[in-house]
Design a binder for this molecule. Structure first.
Ligand code: CU
Ligand code: CU
Length: 316
């Protein structure tokens, strides 16, 4: 996973410092630079190659994270070695689709700034034509906009993980099939089939981990082309679901939550204390689950303390 270099170039509105609150309420500028890369990536645990289009060479693109009040200072570069125009569409931004989100030709770049007004978890993606092909080939990612403070209804979690689901169309060039939902053979979780599921794929080496009783927060984005996601934690229940990841949208005790295409939601889960358990976090839609959309979350006392923290919230 790559978290962005976050540079604090503008700081602290003095008035803000005078407001009683936490020191985290300091506005900063978050510089984000994405480069469109038409390249080859590996889409499963055994090394199958795929002719992808990406941001910065990976499916999904880098995780972008900022706090409400920050300014995102964004640059997209489309190198002249690419064959296609590419663009960016940040779901967290309120701008002009014909300006900021317009296609960028090979050899050009685009720069703009925006201030996100809603906290949550949002998709970003390429909107160049044909959009189905640009997204299916891998041009999507997640931007998290954190609220300024945690609250009782939106507590600080012990671990955080980002999961992004996508449909895998092995014939990368058939955009017509993509919009007719023909020819998708697998589901990708963070760019790989059964990425974190050693139960269904003996080649899988990674899983999510927490200690029994910890609060685990999943930032989930549905980057499928056509399919909603029935997001369910087998052997568990979502303690809270926050539609669009906004702390003001809170639901309790949800078993399966329907995540629309291009939606991002936050899911909190807490495993029982005092015993080892495992959850299989699935897209309960069988055509997706049994073709790759299963993620194992192990809850055990010896859980790797690095996982779900710092740069290990989007496991590559
Ligand atoms: Cu593109
Ligand atoms: Cu969109």
């Amino acid at each position: 996973m790559r978290l962005f270099k976050i540079s604090i170039t503008s700081c602290a509105i003095i008035a803000m410092m005078m407001v009683v609150g936490s020191p985290t309420a300091i506005a900063k500028t978050v510089k984000v630079h994405l480069t469109a890369q038409e390249t080859t990536v590996v889409i499963d645990n055994k090394g199958t190659k795929y002719a992808a289009w990406t941001y910065n060479g990976t499916i999904p693109g880098p995780l972008v994270r900022a706090t409400i009040g920050d300014t995102i200072d964004f640059t997209l570069t489309n190198p002249k070695t690419n064959k296609n125009s590419h663009s960016i569409d940040f779901h967290a931004a309120q701008v002009d689709v014909l300006k900021e989100f317009a296609p960028v030709k090979p050899g050009h770049s685009k720069h703009f700034k925006f201030v996100p007004h809603y906290p949550g978890v949002f998709m970003y993606h390429c909107g160049s034509s044909p959009m189905a092909e640009h997204i299916a080939r891998g041009m999507y990612g997640t931007i998290i906009i954190d609220p300024k403070h945690y609250t009782k209804a939106f507590p600080k979690p012990d671990r955080e993980y980002v999961l992004e689901e996508g449909q895998y169309f092995p014939n990368a060039t058939d955009a017509k099939a993509m919009i007719e939902n023909r020819g998708w053979t697998a589901s990708l979780i963070n760019g790989k089939i059964f990425h974190y599921d050693p139960v269904h794929d003996p080649n899988a080496t990674e899983v999510l981990m927490s200690k029994p009783g910890e609060l685990v927060r999943i930032f989930f984005v549905n980057a499928n082309i056509n399919m909603p996601v029935a997001f369910h934690p087998i052997a568990g229940i979502w303690a809270r679901v926050y539609p669009s990841g906004n702390p003001k949208n809170v639901m309790y005790g949800i078993q399966t939550y329907n995540v629309a295409v291009a939606e991002g939601d936050i899911f909190d889960i807490r495993s029982p204390k005092g015993r080892v358990t495992n959850n299989a976090i699935v897209d309960h839609t069988m055509s997706a689950a049994l073709r790759g959309a299963i993620t194992i979350l192990m809850n055990r006392p010896d859980a790797d303390p690095k996982l779900g923290r710092g740069k290990y919230i989007l496991l590559r």
